[in-house]
Design a protein around this ligand. Structure first.
Ligand SMILES: [Zn+2]
Length: 102
C-alpha cells in the first residue's frame, strides 16, 4: 500500500479514528497517536486492501484491536472448520407459491 493510498483513506475519513477522536497528521510513526490504516476485516479473515475495507485509525487503536480480533478470528475459524460439517445446507430462496426466485 502506497503513502498516497493511505493519505486518501485519511482524507476520506476526515482524519478521524474509529474511536471518535481526531488524528494529528503532524505525528509520525511510531507515535501511538499517529495515523495508520486499519483493516475492518483482517487480512487473515479474507479482508482486502480495497478502500471499502480500510479506515483511518490511531496507531494505538489499530494495533490493539488488530491483535485481538486476529486471534479471535483464528480460533473461530478453527472451530468452524472442525465442527460445522454437519450444518444443514442453506435452502434456496423460494417465493410464497414455492417457486424458486433465483
Ligand atoms: Zn483512535
Amino acid at each position: 500500500m502506497t503513502k498516497k493510498q493511505r493519505l486518501a483513506i485519511y482524507e476520506r475519513d476526515g482524519w478521524y479514528c474509529f474511536c471518535g477522536k481526531p488524528i494529528d497528521s503532524a505525528l509520525k510513526s511510531p507515535d501511538p497517536m499517529s495515523a495508520s490504516v486499519d483493516h475492518i476485516y483482517a487480512r487473515v479473515d479474507g479482508g482486502t486492501d480495497d478502500p471499502a475495507n480500510l479506515r483511518a485509525a490511531h496507531r494505538k487503536c489499530n494495533s490493539s484491536k488488530g491483535r485481538h480480533t486476529g486471534v479471535l478470528k483464528e480460533r473461530r475459524q478453527k472451530r468452524k472448520f472442525g465442527t460445522d460439517r454437519n450444518q444443514p445446507v442453506p435452502q434456496p430462496l423460494r417465493g410464497r407459491d414455492g417457486q424458486r426466485l433465483t
